[in-house]
Design a protein around this ligand. Structure first.
Ligand code: DX5
Ligand code: ZN
Length: 215
């Protein structure tokens, strides 16, 4: 059974408290918080004050996905704002080892995300330090995009590295996740499914979360 991290990016921002309370009462395992800076990705979402506001109402851990340049500048602030996990992009971090140690020193779970074109093998020297590897199944920046089929192969390769070396990180997939692709993603090794528009545009989001969990 997979864990589910609904992405708050697809919530109704004018009714955030209502949507967070819906997630609290649902079988969701985390709340996925997408931070975008308009530089690393071509879109701006929200930042630290909104994360803090979400944390005031959330009873589930905040899984914070930083789609930003030079993310190290904000780790302390996101920790204060309630982040349980901080995921940075491989493509945004030239000193990834230092960045990951910085997150660990704050007692926050370190994650690294890979864009669709980035092979999983680039993480081979750091996989043992990670709690989470996030495989992007769309190009980051927007919700509601189409799932990239090549993702299955990447997850299978990551899962075989994980087994070969006995690593303990979780594999998370993000972008275009729905009930059609969830079963195969889980079979290939995914532990956490992020889902935004599929959850929030459904008639009964809490039931959709339960369905994804049981898929
Ligand atoms: C995309 C974000 C995703 C996004 C997923 O850049 O990282 O977390 O919210 O949204 P859906 O599930 O709609 O593709
Ligand atoms: Zn995300």
């Amino acid at each position: 059974m997979a864990e589910i991290a609904p992405s708050i990016l697809a919530a109704d921002f004018a009714n955030l408290q209502r949507d967070i309370e819906m997630l609290n009462a649902s079988p969701a395992d985390y709340i996925h918080v997408d931070v975008m800076d308009g530089m690393f990705v071509p879109n701006i979402s929200f930042g630290i004050p909104v994360c803090e506001a979400i944390n005031k109402h959330a009873t589930k851990p905040l899984d914070v996905h930083l789609m930003i340049e030079q993310p190290d500048r904000y780790f302390e602030s996101f920790k204060k704002a309630g982040a349980a996990g901080l995921t940075v992009h491989y493509e945004a971090c030239p000193h990834l080892h230092r960045t990951v140690q910085h997150i660990k020193e704050l007692d926050v779970l370190p994650g690294v995300a890979l864009n669709p074109h980035t092979p999983v093998e680039v993480l081979s020297e750091i996989l043992g330090d990670l709690s989470l590897v996030l495989i992007m199944s769309v190009n980051p920046g927007f919700g509601g995009q189409k799932f990239i089929q090549h993702t299955y192969q990447k997850i299978a390769r990551l899962q075989s590295l994980k087994e070969k070396f006995g690593y303990t990180f979780k594999i998370e997939v993000d972008g275009g996740v729905n009930l059609d692709n969830a079963p195969l993603l889980i079979r290939e090794g995914v532990n956490i499914l992020v889902a935004g528009s599929f959850v929030f545009s459904s008639e009964n989001p809490s039931k959709t979360i339960a369905d994804l969990k049981n898929s």
